[in-house]
Design a protein around this ligand. Sequence first.
Ligand code: IMP
Ligand code: MG
Length: 177
Amino acid sequence: MPRIPSSIKRILITTEEIQQRVKALAAQIDHDYQDVERLYLVGILKGAFIFMADLTRELNTIHTVDFMALSSYGKSTTSGAVRILMDLREPIEGQHVLIVEDILDTGRTLHYLYNILKGRNPASLKTCVLVRKLRESVEVPVDYLGFDIPDVWVVGYGLDFADRFRTLPYIAEIKQT
Ligand code: IMP
Ligand code: MG
């Protein structure tokens, strides 16, 4: 177990809590998609790669794993423009698609992505989000949710601060500088 870096303020969600919740989410997804031949998981890079790696291994439903990379501009502004840096490898028309996202903050990224993918005519489109910040956000459906957290900057389990702390095995609040 790596030591806790000094810039971590407090651990919000422990490794055990994450593992339990991911298992429960997978069970719920398996239940809901039991009549579906194949599920198409779309992970959002970079943040969702660890969540995806754990979720995919808990699923019994036959599924394809794919990724998209998005960049959002003007985090501190209200512009909220989102750009696709890397797209899916296959068309998703007629597929049962589940977006796997690490965190919902303003909701702009997921909102944008949801509409893009909806426009590609999947058979169904749902979202699975590991953590959601309790704050005002763009209206976007979250079908599977891991945890609600306070509106603070969190790192670990794929989440970063300037590309650091992604590999911490827990989700923690970072000290504001
Ligand atoms: P949104 O579009 O404001 O919902 O922001 C979504 C993206 O911002 C996420 O996919 C993350 O990449 C990043 N983000 C927002 N809040 C945090 C945080 O607390 N820690 C790490 N990344 C975050
Ligand atoms: Mg992300």
